[in-house]
Design a protein around this ligand. Structure first.
Ligand code: ADP
Ligand code: MN
Ligand code: MN
Ligand code: MN
Ligand code: MN
Length: 359
């Protein structure tokens, strides 16, 4: 066992003592925010004298970005969760990041998403995301793989120690999300050993993105405890056809009601006319990540051409079988990459499907 992994185990045992120490009514609040890359997260913690009853009791804070010129930024609390790492009454709080003029910084998308969702409130838009991720060891190698490579299962939902690695992480993340109040609705093993998925939703409007980002934060923190790294890279291996996506499921009140399939089909027609515009915002690099991910292999679709079907998965947009049978429900956009910003994805879906944007 390496010194690093030994000390990881030692720290966790010793840590229990300190976390069990009595404290007063103070509340530790961890501010979590999306960083400059729009792909990764940052956090820092402060003490409040009392437990906040809601988001309004949590004050703004500041931070600065050191990448390039140091920039002062303002952290605006937007959604509060329970802290599954230090437990009640402590909180995790997702924040928006503003610049000194109080504008969203560096193209951050949440406030734009809020504005668009306000316009389409009457449709009651629901979103559910399927977040795929891949585990790596501290040595940068896929977690648990032998030097010979991956025990290729090629199927998701596999069972058995020779087929899936790191289930403890998936289980602990699931429970930590439930404790926090994150709307996590399921998990499964993915096609590669050490590749996993969790699902968030369905929630209405911007909330879905908030819950996904907090679920990602919790995942990275759980992985710290286990001494592994969760990668949300869209294409973790250049050679492999296996990739990581963030399928986004979408519905409106009309789609969920009797006869809703007609509304689903109309939404898909509109999507077919704005394929390239969507791919521009379905990964944080203007489509570059998806260009290598969407290779029409292993249940991905084509980067260049839009496709849709019921009951098939190598398409841009899929209508789940049970939705076709019932004649209402939701559809699944399979194009967003694992590292996408859900606020951008949700905004594009709403602009195309509900606001009728065509260019
Ligand atoms: P798949 O068969 O594509 O792997 P999953 O079971 O992994 O599907 O995920 C289904 C997703 O659909 C979940 O994120 C869930 O929240 C979401 N979902 C379920 N019902 C709705 C709905 N009415 N509107 C939007 N999303 C929904
Ligand atoms: Mn300092
Ligand atoms: Mn899934
Ligand atoms: Mn999947
Ligand atoms: Mn899916």
């Amino acid at each position: 066992m390496s010194v690093l992994s030994e000390s990881l185990i030692l720290h966790k045992t010793v840590k229990k003592h300190y976390l069990s120490l009595a404290k007063g009514t103070e509340c530790q609040v961890t501010y979590v925010w999306i960083d400059k890359t729009k792909e990764h997260l940052q956090c820092k913690t402060r003490t409040l004298n009392n437990e906040p009853a809601g988001i309004r009791d949590i004050p703004e804070w500041d931070a600065f970005w050191t990448d390039g010129d140091p920039t002062e930024v303002i952290l605006i609390p937007v959604r509060m969760f329970r802290d599954p790492f230090t437990l009640n009454p402590n909180k995790l709080v997702l924040c928006e990041v503003l610049d000194s003029k109080r504008d969203p910084i560096g193209g951050h998308q949440r406030s734009h998403c809020v504005q668009v969702m306000e316009k389409v409130k009457r449709f009651e838009p629901w979103f559910g995301m399927e977040q795929e991720y891949m585990l790596f060891g501290l040595d940068g190698k896929p977690f648990g793989w032998s030097p010979q490579g991956c025990p290729l299962t090629g199927v998701s939902c596999a069972v058995g120690i020779n087929k899936v690695y790191g289930r403890d992480i998936c289980i602990c993340h699931y429970r930590a999300c439930l404790y926090a109040g994150v709307m996590i609705c399921g998990t499964n093993a993915e096609a590669l050993a050490s590749q996993w998925e969790f699902q968030v939703g369905p929630c209405e409007g911007t909330e879905s993105g908030d819950h996904l980002w907090m679920a990602r934060y919790i995942l990275h923190r759980v992985c710290e405890d286990f001494g592994v790294v969760a990668s949300l890279d869209a294409k973790p291996f250049r050679q492999s056809v296996y990739t990581s996506g963030c399928h986004t499921n979408f519905s409106t009140k009309e789609m969920r009601s009797e006869g809703g399939l007609l509304y689903i089909e109309e939404a898909i027609r509109r999507l077919s006319r704005r394929h390239s515009q969507h791919l521009c915002v379905y990964d944080p690099h203007g489509g570059a990540d998806n260009m290598s991910r969407l290779c029409s292999q292993s249940l991905t679709s084509s980067y260049d051409e839009f496709s849709a079907a019921s009951g098939r998965r190598n398409v841009s947009v899929r209508i789940p079988d049970h939705v076709s049978r019932r004649g209402c429900g939701y559809f699944e956009d399979r194009r967003p990459a694992a590292n996408c910003d859900p606020y951008s994805v949700m905004r594009a879906l709403v602009e195309t499907c509900l606001l009728g944007l065509t260019s």
